[in-house]
Design a protein around this ligand. Structure first.
Ligand code: MF3
Ligand code: CO
Length: 236
């Protein structure tokens, strides 16, 4: 899991360096696949329920599962890059939202709050804590800053499969839900909208967008539960 996580983190770093006005999301997908395979890993998204790419590239009001294509990024866009890889039978899964050149103060705040929400959720994730402590921490972090957490998509257990039990919502009640145990591995992934939390899926059956057209950001890490601070497996 550590090695799979490190590979995903390295690929995301390589992708973030490629992000600039004019680059297409299809080109970023090529980079993602090349960077995954050159490390001896396999892209886990490609072929998953028919998903056609190695990368999810979700721009502006796209929340998650944006399919890479001919769209060229423009100055002022934000893009969520989500990568999964399998290495020696284990999965890593992580996402970052990055700015394309200069972005508005509101977009900057959205990206910062979403990253911080993931960090706050990670800090709450330790052996003996309830899942609701993690979910509720993320929700409070986001809503107290005036943004909304997506409800229809959630984080998940991860290991030999990309998606394992339990589901890890980004909203919930402290003290509720299952008790975390040392050795559990989870993907925490807050998806945060400037406006309403509601989403819809485009006609391509994949791309999730905000129902109200507002901007959305997404950060995800694969973490391991310990007696102390969780170990973030997808951070360099
Ligand atoms: N990070 C996403 C998730 O946890 C990736 C799924 S995209 C898919 O669900 F293409 F693989 F479906
Ligand atoms: Co995930």
């Amino acid at each position: 899991m550590r090695q799979a996580g490190r590979i995903v983190a390295e690929v995301l770093q390589a992708l973030a360096r490629e992000v600039r006005p004019g680059i297409t999301t299809a080109k970023l997908d090529k980079v993602a696949e090349r960077e995954i395979r050159k490390r001896g890993a396999v892209p886990s998204f490609k072929g998953y329920r028919g998903y056609p790419a190695s990368l999810c590239a979700s721009v502006n009001h796209e929340v998650v599962h944006g399919i890479p294509g001919g769209r060229a990024l423009q100055e002022g866009d934000i893009i969520s890059l989500d990568v999964g890889a399998i290495y020696q039978g284990y999965h890593g899964d992580a996402a970052r939202t990055v700015a394309v050149g200069a972005i508005t103060p509101q977009a900057q705040e959205l990206v910062r709050v979403t990253r911080e929400a993931l960090e706050a959720g990670t800090s709450a994730a330790r052996a003996g804590a309830h899942l609701g402590d993690v979910s509720g921490t993320i929700q409070r972090w986001v809503e107290s800053r005036g943004f909304a957490v997506v409800r229809e998509y959630v984080g998940h257990g991860i290991g030999r499969e990309m998606h394992e039990d339990p589901q890890v919502p980004n909203f919930g009640e402290p003290g509720q839900g299952l008790i975390l145990e040392k050795g559990m591995t989870l993907a925490l992934e807050p998806m945060v909208n400037v406006g309403d939390w509601r989403t819809k899926v485009l006609d391509n059956h994949w791309t999730v967008v905000t129902a109200d057209g507002s901007l959305s950001a997404h950060f995800e890490d694969t973490i391991a539960i310990t007696d102390g601070e969780a170990e973030v497996l997808t951070r360099l």
